[in-house]
Design a protein around this ligand. Structure first.
Ligand SMILES: *Cc1c(COP(=O)(O)O)cnc(C)c1O
Length: 423
């Protein structure tokens, strides 16, 4: 593989190749990268620097909502960069107001704070919950409960919120004020609250994913979330949902919580919101909107460029009825994955998900890992992403077609049979 730079005059074929070693000499080694450099995309397809085509069931990890080079996105990006791309929140930013209006009209939230990523949105939610605890509940030392196997980002507060020691290792001291309970286990959660209470550590918020993404594509249990909503309301605890991965239509509903029949007090969005242009949002109901000027800020947050693009993504999802496509393609994908699972009962133990966020769980006893399957699928021209060592994740663009789902499943079948033959 060669990595061609695209900084040269694009009208010539003179691109200077450089190697992965040269790349690694200058870029910090924070990712285990596949030996693949992608150069171009269109719809659900990508081409690497050698011109090889791939079907993209990663979508920048649940981010490229409208796929690649979508005409509506190209129009908006072009129009907005020519008009105004960045000013400051010292001034009113009309596209920010329009996006906030769309988001609040299409969710349970009343107010929005804009930022640039999922971690930053969750930081904002954590800060808002703490301020609410201080201002409204008079708790000096508030605690936020999160779930085991959760993922909330890579800043210090969000790795602390993340209930997976592997993300925290080497970064102590962590941020105080967090406690953990197993996901989808209401008895354990109630016990955790009771134990904190008895030690005079008061819980001010519970922060969860409606469906755990990185933690293995685990959908939230209806009864669990409904009981949590009751507990939060009874005790005056804020319910924060991290919708960074499952939100913005990916679950077949606009927001993950709609699958659970509840409403959060605060929720966050990022990944799919800008369709691949960085933007994050932290949304809340009026009663917990305790921020005042000077409490929280972000230089790039809500700039005209990112907001115009996100609004285009939102409107396209709505106007093109993409939620219906997400539901139908999701059912198609799950039923086809289920038939692969039936074919390999010793290897695959579960197929699960909502809409177009789906996981295939491998037998813990089986020799195969998710990364081996991802690599084998890549050989066949299908891009997939692991969600932990035993779950393969499928998160294509929301515009994926019936034929593309069929093709992806076919590629996966070929990859699996070759992989098992070689074992
Ligand atoms: C990806 C993710 C984050 C972190 O988002 P970044 O944009 O990488 O900071 C937070 N929460 C969930 C649920 C995610 O999937």
């Amino acid at each position: 593989m060669i990595l061609k730079t695209l900084f040269k005059d694009s009208t010539t074929t003179d691109t200077t190749p450089f190697s992965p070693d040269e790349f690694n000499a200058h870029v910090m080694n924070t990712y285990g990268r596949f030996p693949l450099a992608l150069e171009r995309g269109e719809g659900c397809r990508l081409w690497d620097t050698d011109g090889r085509e791939y079907l993209d069931f990663v979508a920048g990890i649940a981010t490229c909502t409208l796929g690649h080079a979508h005409p509506a996105l190209i129009d908006t990006v072009t129009r907005q960069i020519k008009t105004l791309h960045h000013v400051s929140n010292l001034y009113y930013v009309p596209p920010q107001g329009e996006l906030a209006q769309w988001l609040t009209a299409h969710s349970c939230a009343d107010k929005v704070f804009f930022c640039n990523s999922g971690a930053e949105a969750n930081e904002g939610a954590i800060k808002l919950a703490r301020k609410y605890a201080h201002d409204k509940l008079n708790i000096a030392d508030p605690v936020i409960i999160t779930a085991h196997s959760s993922f909330h980002g890579r800043t210090l507060a969000t790795i602390t919120a993340t209930g997976q020691p592997k993300y925290q290792k080497g970064f102590s001291p962590l941020v105080p004020g967090f406690a953990y309970a197993p996901y989808n286990d209401i008895t354990a959660l109630e016990a955790t609250i009771a134990e904190l209470d008895s030690n005079e550590r008061r819980v001010s918020a519970i922060m969860l994913e409606a469906l755990q993404g990185e933690g293995g594509v685990r959908p939230g249990d209806l009864a669990y979330f409904q009981r949590i909503r009751e507990i939060c309301t009874e005790k005056g605890i804020l319910l924060i949902l991290d919708e960074v991965q499952v939100g913005m239509g990916r679950s077949g509903k606009l927001w993950g919580y709609e699958n659970l029949g509840i409403e959060p007090d605060i929720f966050t969005s990022a990944k799919g919101l800008g369709g691949g242009i960085p933007i994050g949002a932290m949304l809340c109901k009026s009663f917990c909107d305790v921020f005042e000027p000077g409490n929280h800020a972000s230089t790039f947050g809500g700039n005209p460029f990112a907001c115009a693009v996100a609004l285009c993504v939102c409107q396209t999802v709505e106007q093109q009825n993409l939620l219906e496509n997400v539901q139908q393609r999701g059912e198609q994908l799950r039923s086809q994955l289920q038939s692969i699972a039936t074919q390999y009962p010793n290897l695959i133990v579960d197929v699960r998900g909502w809409g177009l966020i789906n996981g295939l769980e491998l037998n813990a006893e089986a020799e195969l890992t998710s990364i081996e399957i991802v690599k084998a699928a890549m050989e066949e021209g299908l891009l997939l992403v692991p969600a932990g060592p035993k779950v393969v994740r499928f998160v294509p663009p929301l515009i994926v077609s019936e034929a593309e789902v069929n093709q992806a499943v076919q590629m996966l079948k070929t990859a699996l049979s070759k992989l098992l033959e070689s074992k």
